[in-house]
Design a protein around this ligand. Sequence first.
Ligand code: ZN
Length: 169
Amino acid sequence: MPDTRIVYGARCAWWDSIDKVGTTPTGLPACPHCGGVLFEVGTEAEWWLGVERHEAAGNDGYRAFVVWLRGKCFPTLEVAADAYQARTRATIVYPLENDEVLEPGAVLAITEGLPLSMFGRDVGTVVAARPTADGDLEIVVAIDDDEALELLTANGVAVSIADEEADDA
Ligand SMILES: [Zn+2]
């Protein structure tokens, strides 16, 4: 029977499936980035149920945040949320008749709040996707890191960086 547990940091914001854990010097399961100790829930379904309850309690966008957070270690959720807000927003115009840009079937996977996969890796999180007047698809993506941005431009994808500032409240 596969181990379905989801683990998350007791003292950091990291979370992922149990197969991703590191170990402390004494051999206990730990965050693979900072070595912090972990809590766990029994299944991924249980994990998302908790996330969805939290979103439904008036925390719009929480689920998308947790999707993005997977596998990343920050000292606190607040620091993670700041990094999430500060991500570069890029607009990609994707010609729908050109299936070479995205992997086959990928257009179907372009859903708000979910990772966008291009050229063999997740490059960011879809913020919005809408058809343009020319019949192309305009995708606004919160880019994960500079490497993702370089991957897109190196592969000839037209990327324009949004100038809008995140709320600096
Ligand atoms: Zn950690």
